[in-house]
Design a protein around this ligand. Structure first.
Ligand code: DC
Length: 210
């Protein structure tokens, strides 16, 4: 059983994916971490993010089981991940590992940008989680401002708009809603409500599939 959860940055999809995985007792893969790990390793090796070959080599060797979240969940690495994720060779190198993960028993939840469209088009349930850019920026700013009190909400909104543009206009596996995904707009919802609504939509999708 595969549950695909896609959507733009700070839409709430990560938290929702965690809760959905816990609810069903399924394995969880946050695929954004894979692209973040590639970007981090390229920078750690002193290479430029524009060096596509360097990024592809890192992606080919990436160990999915050894992702150090604390070094990957920064604003800079999120932006860097968006750059390396546009390289077709990077996406191809990470494809098989994601496919394998999705086959885990009793089931898997994968969250990202292209899970329902490219990685697991056969997923039994697909959600596309989104929210207005201003609301996503406000949520992200609340998370980041604790560590950096000088951070302005406006600059976070600019980041989000830039990332949305890059992720949705790249030619390879762009961020877009799958034809058979259910849309969840979390703009007016707190995370409890959004998670409940996600579970309801998934249950509906699963019951329609029999
Ligand atoms: O979800 P996130 O913010 O951790 O993702 C970081 C970047 O990785 C995002 O801007 C685009 C890229 N990404 C992707 O291209 N495909 C995925 N399945 C997940 C993330």
């Amino acid at each position: 059983m595969i549950i695909a959860i896609d959507g733009p940055t700070a839409s709430g999809k990560g938290t929702i994916a965690k809760r959905v995985a816990a609810h069903y007792g399924f394995h969880l893969l946050d695929t954004g971490l894979l692209y973040r790990a590639v970007a981090r390793a390229v920078l750690d090796a002193g290479q430029s993010l524009q060096n596509e070959n360097a990024a592809v080599i890192v992606a080919q060797k990436l160990d999915f089981a050894a992702l150090d979240e604390s070094r990957l969940r920064t604003r800079e690495i999120g932006d860097a991940a968006s750059i390396v994720s546009a390289y077709p060779g990077v996406r191809q190198a990470l494809f098989e590992g994601q496919r394998l993960f999705a086959q885990k028993k009793p089931g898997a939840v994968l969250d990202g940008r292209d899970i329902g469209t490219v990685i697991c088009p056969e997923a039994e349930a697909k959600l596309y989680v989104t929210a207005a850019p201003e609301i996503r920026a406000h949520r992200r700013w609340l998370e980041l401002v604790k560590a950096d009190p000088s951070l302005s909400e406006e600059s976070v909104l600019e980041d989000i708009r830039r990332r949305d543009e890059r992720d949705s206009t790249r030619s390879n596996a762009p961020l877009k809603i799958a034809d058979d995904a259910r849309l969840l707009d979390t703009s007016g919802m707190d995370i409890e409500t959004a998670s409940r609504e996600a579970l309801r939509l998934i249950e509906t999708a699963l019951s329609r599939k029999g």
